[in-house]
Design a protein. Structure first.
Length: 412
């Protein structure tokens, strides 16, 4: 089953035994639109409001500590995975009783996989962060014959509905004859908010790598990536909340507006803390991108020590690769839509483990992007940079505490 089917089934189960139609949805993500559509299309219900501490607009989306009057009478439908679900559930219990919370993504099939005796053994995982050099890290580590990584960076296994079929497809990325005698890992920046699921699948001995760099620069890079191949951040929400109206330009003013809803992505320490609930700091390595490129040899030697690679099997990295770097954006909304559809097809092929079709798709994608993308190198507004740095400073200081050193002169 996919996420929509799971959500649909759980909503049906709720209404089989409950008559309360005062519904609140949380959090505000792609799945909130799915929940809203099902409630409206099948039950003619519009949610009272949405709860999201980061994307709140105080019109239809509210932080949990400032919910509108009457929230006590509502049922809260929670559509989130992993540690995000756990944190939100625990926070909700401070405001409403357990019987008013519905876990829309509870999935028996997922539970069976987590309890399976045939899970892939994983020595290390890189669960963060997007646009921080994870593609380059995959390329660099894969050069060492003692390390095994799937041929594709990001299998998205835990990101979507997990069942035995998906599990078998995931295991096909890790054939025993290829992993035997090697240090086995995965690079999945989409897992940054899935600490509990990672722990339940990979176990307690897992080593974790987090790639980070200046969150202000990362957010601008992420924005440009979204303006190449994704529409969902710009579309008006089907839940009735206003989206970001796009006039076809991608300039710094548009980025300034975009940051208000999506700047939370750069709070690295919040995500790392969720993993610290399951793993000790000794099993976590934080790689600062600016330091990695400034002193690649020592940084990669230290990382190989962390992964347990014997001295005789280490590679000497004189420079770090620069993969997946691009400043192009879509020419127009049609190009954005086309590239979004290609990206969605890519996800499906990776999930199925269909690498032959994936290679074919990459060839098609490259040719289409020549027609749909244009260069974009305009810097962000200085006022935007200043505001973002101020927003991130507390998180940066938290990260410095984890690193045991200051990032002053590097990030600020």
């Amino acid at each position: 089953m996919n996420e929509r089917q799971i959500i649909t089934n759980n909503i049906h189960k709720y209404f089989e035994t409950n008559k309360n139609k005062k519904i609140v949805i949380l959090p505000y993500r792609n799945l909130s639109g799915v929940v809203s559509d099902i409630l409206n299309d099948e039950y003619s219900i519009r949610e009272q409001f949405i709860v999201d501490n980061y994307a709140c607009d105080m019109d239809h989306i509210y932080p949990m500590n400032r919910m509108p009057d009457g929230y006590e009478e509502c049922t809260f439908m929670l559509a989130a995975f992993g540690s995000t679900k756990k944190v939100l559930h625990e926070m909700l219990l401070e405001y409403v009783s357990e019987d008013r919370i519905v876990d829309l993504l509870f999935d028996e099939n997922r539970e069976k996989v987590f309890q399976s005796d045939s899970k892939v053994h994983m020595d290390f995982l890189c669960p963060g962060f997007t646009k921080c050099g994870t593609t380059s890290m995959h390329y660099a580590l894969a050069q060492n014959p003692k390390i095994f990584l799937p041929k594709v960076k990001e299998t998205y296994f835990l990101n979507y509905a997990v069942d035995e079929t998906a599990h078998e497809a995931f295991k096909n990325h890790y054939k025993p004859e290829e992993t035997a005698g090697r240090i086995v890992g995965d690079i999945e920046p989409g897992y940054k908010n899935m600490a509990e699921d990672v722990y339940r699948y990979c176990g307690s001995d897992l080593k974790l790598i987090f790639c980070v760099r200046n969150p202000v620069d990362v957010l601008y890079s992420y924005y440009k990536m979204e303006m190449r191949n994704a529409l969902f951040m710009l579309e008006a929400s089907t839940s009735g909340s206003e989206g970001i109206e796009w006039d076809g330009t991608v300039g710094p003013e548009m980025f300034d507006k975009w940051t208000v809803k999506y700047r939370f992505r750069g709070k690295y320490s919040d995500y790392i803390k969720s993993f610290l609930n399951y793993y000790p700091m000794e099993q976590i390595k934080i790689i600062v991108g600016e330091e990695l490129y400034a002193d690649t040899k020592n940084a990669m030697d230290d990382l190989q020590n962390f992964l347990g690679i014997p001295e005789k099997d280490k590679l000497e990295y004189r420079e770090f690769p620069r993969e997946n770097i691009g400043s192009k954006v879509a020419k127009d909304q049609i190009g954005l839509e086309i590239n979004k559809n290609i990206q969605q097809l890519r996800y499906k092929l990776i999930q199925k483990g269909d690498l032959q079709s994936l290679d074919l798709l990459y060839g098609i994608r490259d040719k289409i992007e020549e027609l749909t993308l244009v260069d974009y190198n305009e810097p962000m507004l200085e006022s935007t940079r200043h505001n973002l740095l101020d927003y991130y400073m507390d998180s940066i200081h938290d990260l410095e505490g984890m690193l045991g050193r200051s990032l002053q002169g590097i990030w600020y």
